[in-house]
Design a protein around this ligand. Structure first.
Ligand SMILES: [Zn+2]
Length: 253
């Protein structure tokens, strides 16, 4: 796992905590008269509350900044002015933030429908979380509950990963603009069961000029691609990274 994988996984875990907190919230809400519940949702900005709990687009943005600074610190070829970097960050995370708002709104919507429909806590939880345990599974299989189309933990993980990779690729593309003549790049990211053949081919290519990566350099190879070009800065650093990776593998067992 690289730093983006780890960050994305923790954002996925955060989202899972939000989903479970929503079940607790619903358990309290459903004891109130429907009119009162509707009045509450009229007055509070529920998506905003969810995003605050999540750390909002903000946490991801901060991570983006942190990631960018570590990327830039490790990379002598980089020379991106602060205001350009800030604009890239704002742009990259706007879609992410919008998606969080949408998903939080879907949770709110499900809560209101469930209160109005007098759904039990388990019924609400099953619609929100799917067949997470035997009881929810039974409710779904009995056709009593339909799983709502709300972002799951693994989807949240994939979304965060995709956002951070896109951002990283954008930063690399910007770095490439000011990179010295002859700068080489490597295709970086995890090699595992999910890695596509295109990405394996690009990784196998080794240090190569930007043009060799074609459109993948800025777009990745496909939707959900977890790879991005990193400036190749010579054998010394490569060895250090290989050592670090080997160490990480040992730690993971
Ligand atoms: Zn890939």
């Amino acid at each position: 796992m690289d730093s983006i994988d780890k960050a994305a996984q923790s954002l996925g875990d955060n989202w899972n905590a939000i989903l479970h907190a929503s079940v607790e919230r619903y358990a309290k809400l459903r004891r109130l008269p429907t009119a009162q519940v509707l009045a509450i949702f009229e007055t509070v900005d529920f998506p905003d509350i969810v995003k605050q709990q999540y750390g909002g687009g903000k946490q991801a943005q901060l991570m983006g900044v942190e990631y960018a600074s570590s990327l830039l610190a490790a990379t002598p070829v980089a020379n991106i002015p602060d205001e350009v970097l800030q604009a890239l960050i704002n742009d990259s995370f706007a879609v992410y933030d919008a998606r969080l708002t949408l998903e939080a709104t879907k949770i709110k919507n499900l809560m209101i429908r469930s209160v109005v429909g007098r759904q039990s806590e388990a019924e609400f939880a099953a619609s929100l979380l799917g067949a997470e345990n035997a009881e929810y599974k039974r409710l779904i299989e009995a056709g009593q509950v339909v799983k709502a189309d709300i972002m799951t933990q693994s989807q949240a993980n994939a979304l965060a990963n995709d956002t951070l990779r896109k951002f990283s690729r954008t930063v690399s593309a910007e770095m490439a603009e000011s990179a010295p003549e002859g700068q080489l790049w490597i295709w970086d990211g995890p090699i595992d069961d999910l890695t596509s053949q295109e990405c394996l081919d690009l990784i196998a290519m080794g240090p190569s000029p930007k043009e060799a990566f074609g459109a993948a350099f800025t777009n990745g190879t496909h939707f959900g691609c977890r790879h991005d070009p990193q400036p190749y800065v010579g054998r010394a650093r490569q060895n250090k990274e290989a050592d670090a990776r080997a160490q990480e593998k040992r730690n993971e067992g």
